[in-house]
Design a protein around this ligand. Structure first.
Ligand code: DAH
Length: 355
């Protein structure tokens, strides 16, 4: 073997043996086999040699490349295994430690809010309905009176999925409102449901997450009026926030699937963040009387059946109630955060005890 090839071989093998972590290993890999690596440089020179020289030297260099590639791969595996072993030893969880000694876990604020919302509406006679996270475009938009090319669709930053065999376009549901459609199609009125669940939008900052939770509500019966909607939501908000005289305001708004539509605000203080105190208003949910076209899309005669619907962001309600400043913290799985904001798993959400 000629000297330079020999030296490169020795250097590389020694450096590999000395590399103690992935970083050092990767630096060697790049310096030898990378685009501007030493061996790559030598291989490039072959082009300038005459045929005879190229043949002997080419053979030598290609052999060396095979050998070093194998050595680099093998050392990489070794280091990976060693790193995993070190982690497994350092992060060992002793499952035999008695629960009380290990410290009790905590209910995540999202689960806790769902429990509380469910307890309140459960007491008002609502049951729970569910729908799929992967929803047809029709359930998520069209049946909710949001036809293709409707501007409300672009507000949602939708994650679109490729069409499946049945030719129906699918999305990650941007709202739980599609459960309204599924419930009306699958059940005869009277209907009284809430539908908590995951929703998705392509958005990410301190107040938006690509995955978050909503809770939908739907009531369908004969003779349902705006008065029922208002009574129901005022009661819910006052119980949820534990403030019997919480100011609640209904403000005209627009949603494609309700007419009239209303945004619901609660009183708070912008300065101190106190819910129910101060002179400011804070939007907490959307609501309205179910649009006759939505009823008709689900085979219900709007002359006979009326109803109201509402939708709320679960993280948003939890942030307000618990003074949590950043939405992203909900999904970071930081045990210290969970210990601080989580609730005791042995204390269930019971209405008569208050939350
Ligand atoms: N789906 C709406 C949203 O994601 C919230 C909403 C508003 C739901 C009004 C409703 C409703 O059921 O009536 O912004």
């Amino acid at each position: 073997m000629s000297d330079d090839v020999n030296i490169l071989r020795e250097e590389c093998l020694n450096a590999l043996a000395a590399a103690s972590d992935h970083r050092a290993w990767d630096a060697i890999r790049v310096s030898v086999l990378g685009k501007s690596g030493q061996l790559t440089g030598l291989l490039k020179q072959l082009g300038r040699m005459d045929a005879e020289e190229r043949k002997t030297r080419g053979l030598l260099l290609n052999r060396l490349r095979d050998e070093l590639t194998r050595a680099i791969e093998a050392r990489g595996q070794e280091l990976e295994t060693a790193a995993l072993d070190a982690r497994l030893t350092a992060e060992r969880v002793d499952v035999s430690v008695p629960v009380m000694e290990a410290g009790r876990g905590a209910i995540h604020p999202v689960s806790q809010a769902v429990e509380e919302i469910t307890a309140i509406f459960g007491a008002m006679g609502f049951s729970i309905a569910e729908g799929p996270d992967i929803e047809t475009d029709w359930h998520n938009f069209s049946a909710l009176n949001t036809p293709e090319h409707h501007s409300a669709r672009t507000d949602h930053d939708t994650f679109y999925l490729p069409a499946e065999g049945d030719g129906r376009n699918r999305v990650l549901r941007t709202q739980t409102s599609g459960v309204q459609i599924r419930t009306m199609l699958g059940n005869k009125p009277p209907i009284r449901i809430i539908a908590p669940g995951r929703t998705y939008r392509a958005d990410h900052d301190a107040t938006h997450s690509p995955m978050f939770h909503q809770c939908e509500g739907l009531v369908i019966d004969r003779g349902i009026t705006l008065g029922h909607l208002k009574g129901c939501l005022i009661e819910f908000l006052r119980v949820f926030f534990g403030k019997p005289d919480l100011p609640v305001r209904f403000r005209a708004s627009y949603f494609p699937f309700t007419e009239p539509s209303m945004e619901v605000d609660i009183g708070w203080s912008r300065k101190t963040g106190e819910i129910g105190g101060g002179k400011d208003w804070l939007e907490v949910l959307g609501s309205g009387m179910v649009h006759p076209r939505v009823l008709a899309n689900c085979g219900l005669n709007p002359e006979e059946w009326q109803g109201f619907a509402f939708g709320m962001g679960i993280e948003r309600l939890s942030m307000l109630k618990n003074g949590i400043p950043d939405l992203r913290s909900f999904y970071e799985s930081d045990v210290r955060w969970l210990r601080h904001y989580g609730t005791d798993p042995l204390v269930p959400a019971l209405l008569h005890e208050g939350f």
